[in-house]
Structures are given as structure tokens and as C-alpha cells.
Design a protein around this ligand. Structure first.
Ligand code: UD1
Length: 426
């Protein structure tokens, strides 16, 4: 059993280099299957979700290994098309291996993907895209079988700009002969990174970052050497940590453009931020101001993954904020933990009503990845000691959150306890 011990209420001062993006590394690892040979992925963060992706590749017969932040995947020994339930259930993004396997060998069999319990997370849009491109998809309850005797490029219109379904459609379309056009595609920065990666493998892909992506598929692709984009949600985590505790923090290795909606909200809350293309400095004099109304949504709206992080920083400030969550049903599971720290936070349906006031340390438990990061952020701004359990959730997306926050000057330690921690119900 592990937990973070945080001594809060002290301003931060320090510098952190932001990790590579989890949400880009995972689709890129799936995409390595599209070419035969060894692909090198640099700036690939050491996270439990990335380890799960490497385990899937190994289970399919590929050779996958890591040296520091560099991962090598040799797909020339690819020999399987079955992803066992146990591996599939470890994370949501495992579903991306289906599109890549269909494209490379025309077959994939598996159970249902896992991931954070953020509400119903169907994969109907993914499966619909495979079917449109000519795959036979059989859903036998807990078993999924996808097969194709020859994928064909088609016009695909997504009813919602799902990030994962767009990525899966792009991967699958690389193996479909002719032109595929994805309409109402997700426009998140990670989609652009996937396009850049696919192009570096020789694929013809255009339009990522807009709602219309065109792929001319069916060409053989080659392995590549590629650097994963910076993690915008990890960057948002560090910005919100400084916003919560006050002080000054420098973030290097970021892509500031990818953080525009988050930076705008932090500035509205009273943070001063100097911006360069790959470096940010945030200066914060507490208390933060409430920001009125914030609505999450697909890019370029405010990212749902950063919503808990900002809420945690604002909880210890002044004034009111209304947060409307439009992407996931159960994104406020951190609310109980914040309330245990004294936050004035009420959730009704898809909206959270927050009224800032000083927080105090408490013993809480992460219920999901970003919710756990949010509780840690709140703890940094709360007077006294906090203990945050449920670190297995947090480790899915951060390569040692406590180390990066320590680099920013936070007083935080990972404690390994043999007896376990008591935790409040979040
Ligand atoms: C990705 C990110 C996640 C982020 C989310 C939204 C990764 C590994 N994860 O998740 O961190 O919070 O984008 O920015 O990149 N939906 C359906 N049917 C589908 C697919 C999605 O109804 O087939 C719904 C989902 O239930 C959800 C919404 O669409 O309500 C958004 O999901 P989606 O954009 O697909 O998110 P993910 O790709 O799962």
C-alpha cells in the first residue's frame, strides 16, 4: 500500500521538465504495428499505462523494450492477433491495437478495454469505423472479434469527435486500400501527433487538427524514429499545483500552444504566466479568484482531463466557479476528497458549484487518474498534512508525480506502508 504525504500551505518555487504525452505515446505504440521492423519512440514516459501497451506488443510476439525514455518496438516477429482479457482490461487505450492489427494482418480478437471509471465508455464509434472500412465485427458479449478479407477506404462520419475513435479509424484506414475521409474527427493535439508519426512511417495523411482527415491507405509503411509530443495534461497539473500553493514555477519541454484553454482559465483566476513556445513560467499570489463558468468539451474547448486539476486549485481560492462537464458522466469523483479538505463543492448532474475557501489537510483516496492528481494539487494548497492513497491510479499517467512536484519545490513524499492507510470515501 502506498500513499503521498503532502505538507501543504507553502508556496512552490522550482523548475520541472514535462514528460512525454501519455495520450500520444499509447496510440503511437499501437501504430508501430503498421510497419514491419524496429521503430524507436523517444520521450516515451515510463508509466503503468505505457507498460501495459508494451506488454500487449510483447504478447503479440513483438520485441518491446525501454532504455530511459526511449522505447524500441520490433514488430518483425509479430505472430499473434489475440489480446487476452487481462491485458485488455488494464487500460482503455488497448482498444487502439484493434485498428492497427486490422490494418496490418486483417484480424484481431480480444475482450473489452479497461481504463478509468468515468462513466459509460462505449466503443461503438470505434467498431462502427471498422465496419465502415469493411471489417466484420462480432460482439459476443465479453469477446470481440474483428476480421477483414480486405479493407476499403470510405467516407466515415463520426457522430461525436471521439479522440480514440478518430485514432482507431486513422490506424485502420492506413491498411484500407483507397481514400478514407474521416468527418467530424477529433481535433486534439494528440491527433496531430499521430498524423506526424504516421507520415514519418510513409503514410499519406492530411487534415489532422481540423474536423476532416484524409488518408490514402494500403501502402506499405516503414519503421521510424520519432519523439512523442509533450504531455499537456501533465503540464496543466504542474501549473495548477503552483496555482493552488502559490509561488513561482517554471515548466520546460512544453508545447504552450497546446495549453491555450488552460492558460486562459488560469489567467482569469489571477495567475501571471509568461509564455514561450516550449517554456512557461507561472507566478501566483494567492488567493485565486473564481472564474465564473467553465465548460469542458472537445478541442479547442477546455479539456475534460484538466477540469479536476483546475477545480482543485480554485477550491482553496475565493469566489465562485461553475464547472459544466460535457464529455464524461463521472468526472466529479474527486468531489468527496476535496470536501474532506473543507472545500465548498456541490455537484448536481453535469455541473459542479464551487465556492473557494481555505482548505485543510486530510486523508483521502484517488478514485481515478486525474481525480488523484487533483487531490494532490488541493493538498499542496491546504494547511497541514494530507495523505493521498490510490496511487495506482495516479501512476497510470505520471512518471513519479511526487518527484516532479518536488522539483517544483513541493513537500511531498511517497510512503510505502505495510499496514495500509486508512482513507476517506471519495
Ligand atoms: C481520450 C483520452 C482521455 C480524454 C478523452 C477526451 C487517451 C488514452 N485518453 O479518451 O484522457 O479524457 O480522450 O479528451 O487518449 N464515446 C462513445 N462511443 C465511442 C467512443 C467514445 O460514446 O465509441 C464517448 C465517451 O463515452 C465519452 C466521449 O465519447 O463520453 C469522449 O470519449 P473519447 O473522446 O473517445 O475519449 P477517449 O478516446 O476514451
Amino acid at each position: 500500500m502506498e500513499y503521498f504525504r503532502v505538507e501543504g500551505g507553502r508556496p512552490l518555487e522550482g523548475t520541472v521538465r514535462v514528460q512525454g504525452a501519455k495520450n500520444s505515446a499509447l496510440p503511437l505504440l499501437a501504430a508501430t504495428l503498421l510497419a514491419r521492423g524496429e521503430t524507436v519512440l523517444r520521450n516515451c514516459p515510463e508509466l503503468t499505462d505505457v507498460a501495459a501497451a508494451l506488454d500487449i506488443l510483447a504478447c503479440l510476439g513483438c520485441r518491446a523494450g525501454r532504455e530511459g525514455d526511449t522505447v524500441r518496438v520490433d514488430t518483425s516477429t509479430l505472430s499473434g492477433c489475440v489480446i487476452p482479457d487481462g491485458l485488455m482490461g488494464r487500460m482503455r487505450a488497448s482498444v487502439l491495437f484493434l485498428g492497427a492489427l486490422l490494418a496490418r494482418i486483417g484480424e484481431a480478437h480480444t475482450g473489452w478495454p479497461g481504463g478509468c471509471a468515468l462513466g459509460a465508455r462505449p466503443i461503438d464509434l470505434h467498431l462502427g469505423a471498422f465496419r465502415t472500412l469493411g471489417a466484420l465485427v462480432l460482439d459476443r458479449g465479453s469477446l470481440l472479434s474483428c476480421e477483414s478479407a480486405g479493407l476499403r477506404g470510405r467516407m466515415l462520419c463520426l457522430p461525436f469527435p471521439s479522440v480514440g475513435a478518430t485514432e482507431n479509424a486513422m490506424l485502420c484506414a492506413c491498411g484500407a486500400r483507397g481514400v478514407t475521409v474521416i468527418r467530424n474527427a477529433a481535433r486534439e493535439p494528440e491527433i496531430v501527433d499521430l498524423q506526424n508519426f504516421l507520415r514519418s512511417m510513409g503514410a499519406e495523411v492530411h487534415g489532422a487538427g481540423s474536423g476532416r482527415i484524409l488518408i490514402r491507405g494500403g501502402k506499405p509503411l516503414h519503421p521510424t524514429d520519432y519523439t512523442v509530443m509533450p504531455d499537456r495534461i501533465a503540464a496543466a497539473t504542474f501549473l495548477c499545483a503552483v496555482a493552488s500553493a502559490g509561488g513561482e514555477g517554471e515548466l520546460t519541454g512544453v508545447c504552450s500552444r497546446d495549453l491555450i484553454p488552460v492558460l486562459a482559465s488560469l489567467e482569469t483566476a489571477g495567475c501571471a504566466i509568461s509564455k514561450e513556445a516550449d517554456r512557461l513560467v507561472i507566478r501566483v499570489k494567492r488567493p485565486l479568484r473564481g472564474i465564473g463558468r467553465l465548460t469542458t468539451g472537445p478541442w479547442p474547448a477546455f479539456p475534460t482531463d484538466a477540469q479536476p486539476l483546475l477545480a482543485a486549485a480554485l477550491a482553496g481560492g475565493e469566489g465562485t466557479t461553475e464547472i459544466v462537464e460535457t464529455v464524461f458522466e463521472r468526472r466529479f469523483r474527486y468531489a468527496g476528497g476535496l470536501r474532506a479538505m473543507g472545500a465548498d463543492l456541490r455537484v448536481a448532474g453535469d455541473t459542479a458549484y464551487l465556492s473557494g475557501r481555505p482548505l485543510r489537510g486530510a486523508e483521502v483516496k484517488a478514485a481515478d487518474l486525474r481525480g488523484g492528481a487533483a487531490l494532490t494539487i488541493a493538498a499542496l494548497g491546504a494547511e497541514g498534512e494530507s495523505r493521498i492513497g490510490g496511487l495506482d491510479h495516479i501512476d497510470r499517467g505520471y512518471r513519479g508525480l511526487e518527484k516532479d512536484l518536488s522539483a517544483l519545490g513541493a513537500s511531498i513524499r511517497r510512503i510505502r506502508s505495510t499496514s495500509g492507510t486508512k482513507s476517506s470515501d471519495t
